[in-house]
Design a protein around this ligand. Structure first.
Ligand code: HEC
Ligand code: HEC
Length: 218
C-alpha cells in the first residue's frame, strides 16, 4: 500500500472520530462553560476530586438553577466551615441570569457520568439503608423526584455524595433558615451514623450502574 493511501485512510479515520467521538459543540452555553466552569468541574463536567467539584453532567435544569440561586442568595456556601461551597458561591455571584440559562441548557444535555468505586463501605448494608431512608424521596433508582425537589444522585461521584451527607449532618449545608430543601436532608442526615452514611454513599454508584439507562425528569 502506498504511503499516500495509508495517509488518506488515516485522515478519514480521524475525521470520523472527530464526528462520532466528542461531539463538536460551539453553542454559546458550551463556550461559556469552557471559560467559566471547566477549570474546576472538568471539560465534560465530570467533576474533579482534586478541586473537590461534583460532576454536573446531566443534572436537570430545575436543580442546577435552584442550587446556583442558593449560592447567589448566600443560602448555600456561605458557612465559614464550608471552604468548597465558598469557592462556588464566589463564582455564582458573577453569573448573570441570561448566562445561567445558557449554562444549564448546556449542562443538562451532557452525558451522565458513572462514578468510580472509590469508597470501601458495605454495599449490602448500604442498599438496605437506602431503601429505608432515601428511596421515598430520591426514587428506587435514585433518579430524583421533581415533585419533592430531590435531585438525581445517579451521576454523582461516591466521595462527593459522602462529603455532602457529612455536610448535611453537621449543618454546614442545609441548616440555613431559607433552605427549605436542604433542611430536609439536614434533619435526616443527623439521624444516621458516619458509618451508615459511608455505606449508603458506597452503594449509590452500584445502584446507578444497575439503572444506567433510566432517565430523570428534566
Ligand atoms: C473555583 C472552582 C469552581 C468554579 C470555577 C466553578 N465551580 Fe461549581 N463548584 C465548585 C465546588 C468546589 C463545588 C462543591 C461545593 C460543595 O461542596 O458544596 C461546586 C458545586 C457546584 C454546583 C452544585 C452541584 C450539586 O450537585 O449540588 C453547581 C450547580 C455548580 N458548581 C455549577 C457551576 C457552574 C455552572 C460553573 C461555571 C459558571 C461553576 N460551577 C464553576 C467549584 C467551582
Ligand atoms: C424528605 C425527602 C428526602 C429524603 C428522605 C432524602 N433526601 Fe436527599 N435530598 C432531598 C432534597 C429536597 C435535596 C435537595 C437539597 C438542596 O436543595 O440543597 C436532597 C439532596 C441530596 C443530596 C445532594 C445532592 C447534590 O447534588 O449535591 C444528596 C447526596 C442526597 N440528597 C442524598 C440522600 C440520601 C443518601 C438519602 C438517604 C439517607 C436522602 N438523600 C434522603 C430530599 C430527600
Amino acid at each position: 500500500m502506498s504511503s499516500r493511501i495509508i495517509l488518506a485512510i488515516l485522515l478519514s479515520l480521524s475525521q470520523a472520530f472527530a464526528e462520532n467521538g466528542t461531539p463538536k459543540n460551539d453553542s454559546p452555553g458550551a463556550k461559556l462553560f469552557s471559560v467559566k466552569c471547566a477549570t474546576c468541574h472538568g471539560a465534560k463536567a465530570a467533576g474533579d476530586p482534586k478541586q473537590q467539584t461534583p460532576s454536573l453532567a446531566a443534572l436537570p435544569e430545575w436543580y442546577l438553577t435552584r442550587q446556583i440561586g442558593k449560592f447567589q442568595k448566600d443560602i448555600r456556601g456561605a458557612n465559614p466551615g464550608d471552604p468548597d461551597g465558598l469557592k462556588m458561591r464566589a463564582v455564582a455571584h458573577t453569573l448573570k441570569p441570561e448566562e445561567l440559562k445558557l449554562l444549564t441548557a448546556h449542562i443538562r444535555k451532557l452525558p451522565r457520568v458513572q462514578s468510580l468505586f472509590t469508597l470501601k463501605g458495605d454495599v449490602k448494608k448500604g442498599r438496605e439503608l437506602f431503601r429505608e431512608n432515601c428511596m421515598a424521596c430520591h426514587r428506587y433508582n435514585a433518579t430524583g423526584e421533581l415533585v419533592f425537589g430531590s435531585p438525581p444522585l445517579t451521576g454523582l461521584q461516591d466521595w462527593y455524595i459522602l462529603k455532602q451527607l457529612k455536610k448535611f449532618k453537621s449543618g454546614v449545608r442545609g441548616d440555613h433558615e431559607k433552605d427549605e430543601e436542604g433542611r430536609k436532608m439536614h434533619s435526616l442526615a443527623k439521624t444516621l451514623t458516619g458509618e451508615e452514611l459511608l455505606n449508603i454513599a458506597t452503594f449509590i454508584p452500584h445502584l446507578a450502574k444497575e439503572h444506567a439507562k433510566d432517565r430523570h425528569k428534566q
